[in-house]
Design a protein around this ligand. Structure first.
Ligand code: SAM
Length: 295
């Protein structure tokens, strides 16, 4: 039997257990001793890509039966794995990197197992979301995770407007998203335009040899990346959404003030900075400036 704490609500004792095991996001030293122990003891490891996981397990001299479990076969595989669990086999679920179910397959198997009364045990460890938040230098008392945003700019901007909130009394929070190196400049451009050029932290290649965290306003981080010959590696981005006070200047008054400042030759950035002192979020000024630009 694989090691792990027993759940006080455990179901049938003759069932195997499902272990959801986090694996490294780059640095193999981050595989925990407990994860190693569990992966070496279970009857079967359900892996997103059996070749990727097979290589990782071989590095730790773990020889396990591997079964592929990915987006395309998860419904059928969940049923098969449940049969194994019901027959008393312990199963470990892993993804290519990080924590299963976090923008990775696994949810369906966890739900199938839990619904069937199988004990589901977490073996926590690396995840790019938490890794970045911990070094972002942004407030983390309230955060959310939005996975990968849509690849096309129009849809991504709409999604960002949704993350920014509809306005009126929304508390400050940090939102984390994943992004590919091909789209990172587009993402940061859209974040700057839609959310009032907020403070961001972009983590690249976390825990790997070329790990770095770029901090600053979205436009500054974008400019820093755009100046490079090439942009490579995996990215995770934290975006700080400022607090939106409920008591605010009404839209028409604000619009007139922004229009007047623009007519005087002030930049949107300066206007937003000045009005922020009055508790008006930068994204609201950017949104009004865009509206004025269109009219
Ligand atoms: N389940 C994983 C986790 O817990 O982090 C995430 C899987 S998701 C399919 C993969 C994405 O996570 C990558 O495209 C990238 O955006 C982000 N990511 C994974 N590893 C990373 C790393 N070492 N540094 C920065 N971002 C990373």
């Amino acid at each position: 039997m694989a090691p792990g704490a027993r759940d006080s609500r455990a179901g049938d004792d003759s069932n195997g257990r499902l272990y959801v095991v986090a694996t490294p996001i780059g640095n193999l030293g981050d595989l925990s001793p407990r994860a190693r122990e569990v992966l070496g003891a279970v009857a079967v490891v359900a892996a997103e890509d059996t070749r990727v996981s097979g290589r990782m397990l071989a590095r730790f001299e773990i020889r396990a039966e591997l079964i592929s479990y990915h987006d395309a076969n998860e419904a059928a595989r969940s049923v098969k794995l449940l049969e194994r669990l019901k027959a008393g086999d312990d199963v470990a679920l892993i993804s290519d990197a990080g924590t299963p179910c976090i923008s990775d397959p696994g949810y369906r198997l966890v739900k199938t197992a839990a619904d069937a009364g199988v004990e589901v045990i977490t073996v926590p460890g690396p995840s790019a979301v938490i890794a970045l938040l911990s070094v972002s230098g942004l407030p983390t008392d309230r955060f959310s995770f939005a996975g990968f945003l849509p690849p096309r700019s129009a849809a991504r901007r709409k999604a960002l407007r949704g993350l920014g909130g509809a306005g009126g009394g929304e508390a400050a929070r940090t939102v984390v998203v994943y992004e590919s190196p091909r789209r990172i400049l587009g993402l940061l451009e859209d974040v700057a335009a839609e959310l009032g050029d907020p403070q961001v932290a972009a983590g690249r290649e976390l825990t790997k040899m070329h790990e770095e965290v770029l901090r600053g306003r979205a436009s500054e981080v974008r400019a820093e990346l755009a100046a490079r010959d090439s942009i490579k590696g995996e990215f995770v981005v934290a975006i700080h959404i400022e607090e939106e006070p409920s008591e605010q200047m009404d839209n028409e008054t604000l619009k007139a003030a922004v229009a007047a400042a623009l007519a005087r030759g002030e930049t949107v950035r300066d206007i937003a900075a000045a009005l922020k002192d009055q508790g008006i979020p930068r994204r609201r000024i950017y949104s009004i400036a865009r509206e004025l630009d269109r009219s």
